[in-house]
Design a protein around this ligand. Structure first.
Ligand SMILES: [Ca+2]
Ligand SMILES: [Ca+2]
Ligand SMILES: [Ca+2]
Length: 428
């Protein structure tokens, strides 16, 4: 289909003739919430137990929460759980005290990278005669070590279930609100979850210590209510084609998501293809095209391949790709033709709010100017503050090699006669 190229018309009339606006959309790209059940045998369970994790998993599924239980342990201690139809990953460790957990939890959290931990600990410390104050102090250190593994984790901290064998539990629980308040920060919430009130160890445990089914269900109910306060995380490395548009104009029909531009209708493009390589993700546009996204200041790096899409055939087309970050031009491809090798672009968008992708017709009309931003993707800061997505940075999103880093650049584009001044571009 090489007959659907845009009209090659007088640039002076082009503004009205080619403007096409994609309707604004409400898209939210959310990631799976990673939940780490963390603690001792009350979390791990023993052979034949369902565990609170089983009931909680099914409540979360019933509420359509996209969750992944995480941890290095699987199932229950010393056998098989009562049911197997749930996500059995966890970090419950039979016999662990708060100090045992303190000495191991950083590696658990660093390995599994949970968004939220469900922390129920202290029972074994008090059972073995450690003081309330010492146990509270250990729990505080557990929180610190959790954060050493992942700085922005949310900690749901349990007032622990009672036991007729451990009278000190009440005094321990009474000190937890102050600990939670002391440790709670906006970057890493500590939310107290009362697992004690309403839990009757005579009814809700089978041995005075470990929950039976009614106890498991009560624990699950309280965790579930607390998890309602924990928002679903945003995808840290979204493809641009999955984000809402701030504004868009395009030379022929709407800019296409994950397709080449195709013809004038929405969704009539083909697979994005540059120099024989097919891309699953990206934006297909037709010069003159200007699409803008709100980055919200939360990304570090933008990467994309760019070129005249193979759909035009015959190595036709002539365009220029430009990238603007907060109105500053940070990349200019120079002339790109159908025969030109694929451009690989990486730009720094740290703290930026607006990303603008411009494709001009190179000043020679827009016949065959089907251009694709292929694998266009944003990356958040990675561990250690290194931007992901940089070739060699190990993010997996960018194909190796790029045209280089572009920082700064001229503030405007009026040095190019084929590039519209900003005031002709519509915006919201
Ligand atoms: Ca899992
Ligand atoms: Ca189309
Ligand atoms: Ca052209």
């Amino acid at each position: 289909m090489h007959d659907d190229h845009g009209p090659n018309i007088n640039p002076a009339r082009r503004v009205r003739a080619v403007a096409a606006i994609e309707p604004l959309e409400r898209r939210t790209l959310l990631a799976t919430l990673k939940v780490m059940p963390l603690g001792d045998s009350i979390t791990e369970g023993r052979a034949g137990d369902a565990t609170y994790r089983y009931w909680l998993w099914h409540q979360l599924r019933g509420a359509a929460r996209d969750v992944d239980f995480v941890g290095s342990h699987h199932g229950v201690w010393n056998g098989s759980p009562r049911f197997s139809d749930f996500d059995m990953d966890h970090e419950g460790h039979v016999s662990f005290r708060a100090d045992t957990l303190r000495d191991n939890v950083q590696q658990y959290v660093a390995a599994a990278a949970p968004h939220v931990v469900l922390l129920h600990v202290g029972t074994n410390d008090l059972l073995q005669g450690q003081s309330v104050e010492g146990t509270i102090d250990d729990v505080g250190q557990v929180i610190d070590r959790i954060r050493a593994g992942k700085a922005d984790v949310t900690i749901l901290l349990a007032k622990i279930i009672g036991s007729p064998f451990i009278p000190a539990i009440d005094a321990f629980n009474a000190k937890l609100p102050a600990l939670a308040a002391q440790k709670d920060t906006s970057a890493s919430r500590v939310i107290l979850v009362d697992q004690n009130s309403g839990f009757d160890p005579m009814v809700d445990t089978d041995d005075g210590l470990h929950p039976d089914e009614s106890g498991e269900r009560k624990l699950a109910d309280r965790w579930m209510a607390a998890l309602a306060q924990v928002p679903q995380p945003l995808d840290p490395n979204p493809f641009l084609s999955d984000l809402p548009l701030l504004s868009a104009r395009n030379g022929l029909g709407p800019a296409e998501r994950n397709k080449s531009n195709g013809g004038a209708l929405a969704g009539d493009g083909r697979s994005i293809k540059l120099n024989g390589k097919i891309y699953r993700k990206g934006l297909g546009v037709h010069a003159h095209s200007d699409v803008r996204f709100d980055l919200g200041g939360r990304f570090a790096t933008f990467t994309t391949d760019a070129g005249v899409d193979d759909e035009v055939g015959n190595r036709a087309g002539s365009v220029i790709f430009r990238v603007y970050v907060d109105s500053v031009k940070v990349y200019d491809s120079g002339p790109v033709y159908g025969r030109t090798g694929t451009k690989r672009i990486t730009v720094n968008v740290s703290g930026a709010h607006t990303l603008r992708l411009l494709v001009t017709d190179k000043g020679d009309g827009n016949t065959s100017d089907h251009a694709s931003w292929a694998n266009a993707q944003l990356f958040s800061l990675g561990q250690g503050g290194l931007p992901l997505g940089i070739p060699g940075g190990g993010a997996g999103g960018a194909s190796g090699g790029c045209d280089g880093w572009y920082n700064g650049g001229s503030d405007d584009d009026d040095d190019d006669s084929d590039d519209r001044p900003n005031d002709e571009l519509w915006s919201l």
